[in-house]
Design a protein around this ligand. Structure first.
Ligand SMILES: Nc1ncnc2c1ncn2[C@@H]1O[C@H](COP(=O)(O)OP(=O)(O)O)[C@@H](O)[C@H]1O
Ligand SMILES: [Mg+2]
Length: 280
């Protein structure tokens, strides 16, 4: 038998595990409801995949979580404290870094320059404070240390211009940059969408290492084999809201796809039931 006290403490410990949580998010664009009462939770130490059809509202929800969009309704908590982000910078200051599908790198700058873009290190003392002189040597050393820690062996030279890198290497730079500055979590919206097989594998490896180094990761992806390979839990999004959360070991890939398309529904007990076409 479980006492109420035990149940309460179990609920508490589950809450302690939650890094980022949202309830009842809504965002309307005129007659289009992009987010329709979405709930979300990300726990410590996990890669949470977010899957859903095109237009399901995945990007919109992620934007609400990282300050790129202000929801009309709903509540967001970071480490149990309610937060209200008015811009992506707010979310960054709170420790949330986001990597978008479109590569946000500056091609004409070198790797170290890209890693510190907008957050350059200044020289210590008067030179940095008054003349705002950049500490190039310090940035290179830190950039190299960061890439080594993430096991990004594919880039040889930290002074290499980003325009000479492959798509996968560029994405690795963007991901490394997020991991370097994120204090609480990293969000990635389809980071492998534009990449080939080997390059995707490299970015997936990187995601795994970020998680193992202690930062939880939200990974939006269309690629079911990738999701099943890397996710600890899968958040299934449909018609603007979360319809299920499953573990990849508990269900087959085709069952999860059916949840995504609405052909199957997940009950409280974990049972899957068929949904007739006219009820979807
Ligand atoms: N800025 C916007 N203005 C109008 N409609 C939008 C805007 N952003 C997204 N939408 C609409 O909201 C819905 C969800 O889009 P999105 O969040 O991009 O979905 P997903 O990332 O799952 O493909 C779509 O119907 C899309 O057309
Ligand atoms: Mg999207």
């Amino acid at each position: 038998m479980t006492t109420e006290g035990e149940l309460a403490s179990r609920a508490d410990s589950a809450a302690e595990d939650v890094v980022l949580r949202a309830e009842g998010l809504v965002k309307r664009y005129g007659s289009v409801t992009a987010i329709d009462g979405a709930d979300f939770d990300l726990r410590k130490g996990e890669v949470l995949a977010v899957i859903g059809d095109n237009g399901a509202g995945k990007t919109s929800m992620i934007k609400a979580l990282c300050g790129a969009l202000i929801p009309d309704e709903g509540t967001i908590w970071l480490d149990g404290r309610q937060v209200r982000f008015h811009s992506p910078l707010d979310a960054r200051h709170a420790g949330i870094e986001t990597v978008y599908q479109t590569l946000a790198v500056a091609p004409a700058m070198d790797i170290a320059g890209n890693l510190f873009l907008g957050r350059e290190l200044r020289k210590k003392g008067l030179l940095g404070a008054v003349f705002r002189t950049l500490d190039h040597r310090g940035m290179r050393a830190e950039a190299q240390r960061q890439l080594d820690a993430l096991g990004v062996a594919t880039v040889q030279n930290i002074g290499q211009l980003v325009e000479t890198l492959s798509g996968g290497q560029r994405q690795a730079v963007a991901v490394a940059r997020a991991a370097m500055f994120a204090q609480r979590l990293v969000i990635m919206d389809e980071p492998t969408a534009a990449l080939g097989v080997r390059e995707s594998a490299m970015v997936l490896d990187l995601i795994r290492r970020i998680r193992d180094n202690g930062l939880p990761v939200v990974l939006i992806s269309h690629n079911m084999p990738h999701v099943f390979e890397i996710a600890d839990r899968i958040h299934v999004h449909r018609l603007g809201r979360r319809v299920a959360v499953v573990k990849p070991d508990d269900y087959a890939m085709n069952e999860v796809v059916a949840l995504m398309t609405g052909a199957l529904r997940l009950g409280e007990d974990g049972e899957l039931t068929k949904v007739e076409l006219n009820n979807r």
